[in-house]
Ligand binder design. Structure first.
Ligand SMILES: CC(C)=CCC/C(C)=C/CC/C(C)=C/COP(=O)(O)OP(=O)(O)O
Length: 260
């Protein structure tokens, strides 16, 4: 995207193309509280969350961001009432089925990360179909973290490495950070597997077992909006805030005494 092609909404906010994040992660929190405040059911809150996600995806594509990773269901969410778990699984499956063709038309590749063994069979079928249907797309990557947790991701990577050691394909001393990172599920994004910016809605100030390894140097932005209310304006505010940050990756600024 040339400078002159920067979408108007970004230009108006003074956003700079060269400072745009390539990969943004979202903890889409607050659906239930949003619903409760309006006398709606939790299911209606998650449906509203699904609509907000569709909009945020469209904006991300239009703004030249290359990837988003969204926390749609954590492994810990299985501890919720069965009715809510079923509702989320159905919503995610329906969302994938409804959006598949739109993704294909818009050059969006879908990746679903998380433990497939804990997903209902019909959701797993939808995931396989959608990943296959969009596999040649490269304009934008949509990573849906479903039945995912950051610790699980690190454990599954360790298991793969351990199996290679057991099969004598790998020496333990050859394992380094790059190799372990290469076995994490976000590795589908290659060089931009680690999010530049992670946005969490609903005012909670924690990662909740999301991209633990990958967020080592991610800039964090916490919004007080509930996820269904997270809109274009608030997304632009987060980007504006991100572009003011100085990313040092643990290094010292040449003329500064500040640490991290
Ligand atoms: C199509 C598709 C992928 C849809 C995804 C829908 C969606 C936004 C799912 C997120 C589910 C979830 C557990 C949200 C957190 O809100 P919460 O219920 O924890 O809210 P609370 O913090 O107010 O309890």
């Amino acid at each position: 995207m040339a400078d002159t092609d920067l979408p108007q909404a970004l230009v108006q906010r003074g956003l700079r193309k060269e400072l745009m994040p390539r990969h943004v992660a979202f903890v889409m929190d607050g659906n239930r509280r949003w619903a409760e405040a309006r006398g709606l059911t939790t299911a209606e809150g998650h449906e509203a969350g699904g609509r907000a996600l569709k909009k945020i995806l469209q904006l991300s594509v239009a703004w030249g961001i290359r990837a988003i990773t969204v926390f749609a269901f954590s492994q810990e969410n299985f501890r919720r009432p069965e009715e809510e778990v079923d509702c989320c699984m159905e919503l995610i499956e329906q969302g994938i089925r409804d959006e598949m063709e739109e993704y294909t038309r818009n050059g969006i590749r879908l990746h679903v990360i998380g433990d497939p063994s804990t997903r209902p069979a019909s959701l797993q079928d939808a995931v396989r179909e959608a990943e296959e249907m969009t596999r040649n797309n490269s304009r934008f990557h949509m990573i849906l973290a479903t039945c995912y947790s950051g610790r699980w991701d690190i454990v599954q990577a360790c298991r793969e490495l351990a199996a290679k050691v057991q099969d004598k394909l790998l020496n333990p001393e050859d394992i380094d950070e790059a190799m372990l990172a290469g076995h994490l599920s976000t590795n589908v994004l290659g060089e931009f597997a680690c999010p530049d910016l992670l946005i969490r809605t609903s005012g909670e100030l924690r990662l909740s077992n999301f991209l633990l390894w990958q967020s080592a140097y991610t800039e964090l932005y916490f919004s007080n909006r509930m996820w269904p209310d997270f809109d274009e304006d608030e997304y632009l505010e987060a980007l504006k805030n991100f572009q003011r940050r100085e990313r040092r990756f643990g290094q010292r600024k040449p003329s500064s005494q500040e640490s991290n």
